[in-house]
Design a protein around this ligand. Structure first.
Ligand code: FES
Length: 106
């Protein structure tokens, strides 16, 4: 299926230094505002099924609250165990106040 851009949130919903869980898509997506730049990756930790939106964002790193792995929201890469698989990341486009992500999922 080809990629398509989907509006998922507005910039006003996600101030710098915060994350937002998008449940209108499956799997759920995590948006992260890193100093004004929005990144999108899967919200579900690759170790077990914990929502990364429950963790705090420190720069580009979001920490899983269950076992403590941190992921880079820009690259999806885990920074330490127990998680050892990267998160899927999604291209982000900004259209006015709207945040759109490119995905091939419904
Ligand atoms: S569920 Fe995230 S580190 Fe274990």
């Amino acid at each position: 299926m080809p990629n398509r851009s989907i509006r998922v949130a507005t910039l006003s919903e996600i101030p710098p230094g915060t994350t937002l869980r998008i449940t209108s898509l499956q799997p759920p997506i995590l948006l992260a505002n890193v100093s004004g730049t929005i990144y999108a990756c899967d919200d579900t930790c690759t170790h077990e099924d914990s929502s990364l939106a429950l963790g705090c964002l420190d720069g580009e790193l979001v920490k899983c609250t269950l076992h403590g792995s941190r992921f880079n929201v820009r690259t999806g890469e885990p920074m330490e165990e127990p998680a050892d698989e990267p998160l899927r990341t999604y291209p982000v486009h900004i259209d006015g106040d709207d945040i759109l992500i490119e995905t091939d999922t419904d």
